[in-house]
Design a binder for this molecule. Structure first.
Ligand code: SAH
Length: 228
């Protein structure tokens, strides 16, 4: 049961003895997550459990629990903690949900997802980032995350359809392959808009073979690149 190992690794992360950032993380959850309106207890627990400081470059470790995005190399960023929690909450993930992430980056969002369900798939276009995330998630014991280096515009056909899809880079329009790979009744969150200006976080729902979209929040993400 690979899923069981993944959820178990969350518990092991909690149990690990010395953590100099435990208080900083608790403070982050109280002020930036609960304090800003996140209500889903499973999401809150995941944010409390996953050690964000293990997902940022060494020089930025002391800033890992600040209220903002941080650079992770190759011109990319790990999203602000609130945005990670907010997008995750919108997906309404249940323990059996199959989830696809586009834009693995550091692997932090994937780790949060892996605390909520047994099956997480994540695609990253920059090979060095994808490989670093793979090593990091393996070392932390997340056996329920499967990673690929590819152009996430096309989703990940092999494991489709997905109950939930989360895109962590901005696109001008919602990639049709992602809509196709969303399960009936499934939910997708995706920042839509032009690069480098304010974009709109959209919630996409597929119901009765119809696609419904709703704008939920102005956001700013790095652009989705094309061609791996
Ligand atoms: N979710 C990440 C942050 C992502 S930043 C985290 O938790 O750290 C956006 C990421 O999307 C970057 O790593 C970038 O390289 C990746 N990306 C950009 N275009 C992509 C594409 N077409 N397919 C897959 N990944 C892409």
């Amino acid at each position: 049961m690979p899923g069981l190992f993944g959820l178990l690794s969350c518990l092991l992360l909690v149990a690990e003895a010395v953590d100099p950032y435990e208080r900083a993380r608790e403070e982050m959850v109280n002020t930036q997550i609960v304090g800003e309106g996140i209500r889903d207890q499973a999401v809150i627990n995941a944010m409390r459990t996953v050690k964000r400081h293990l997902f940022v470059p060494e020089s930025l470790v002391p800033r890992a629990y600040e209220d903002g995005p941080l650079p992770i190399g190759h011109g990319q960023t790990i999203s602000q903690p609130f945005i990670v929690a907010y997008m995750t909450e919108l997906l309404r993930i249940k323990p059996g949900s199959k989830v696809l992430e586009i834009g693995t980056g550091s692997g932090y969002q994937a780790a949060i997802l892996a605390c909520l369900t047994h099956e997480v798939y994540s695609v990253e276009i920059i090979e060095e980032l994808g490989e670093a995330a793979r090593k990091r998630l393996q070392a932390l014991g997340f056996r329920n995350v499967r990673l690929a280096v590819a152009d996430g515009y096309y989703g990940w056909e092999a494991y489709a359809p997905y109950d939930a899809i989360i895109v962590t880079a901005a696109t001008e329009y919602i990639p049709p392959p992602l809509i196709r790979q969303l399960k009936e009744g499934g939910r997708m969150v995706i920042p839509v808009g032009s690069p480098f200006i304010v974009q709109t976080l959209m919630l996409v729902e597929k119901r009765g073979s119809k696609v419904y979209t709703r704008n939920v929040l102005p956001v700013r993400f790095v652009p989705l690149r094309r061609g791996s």
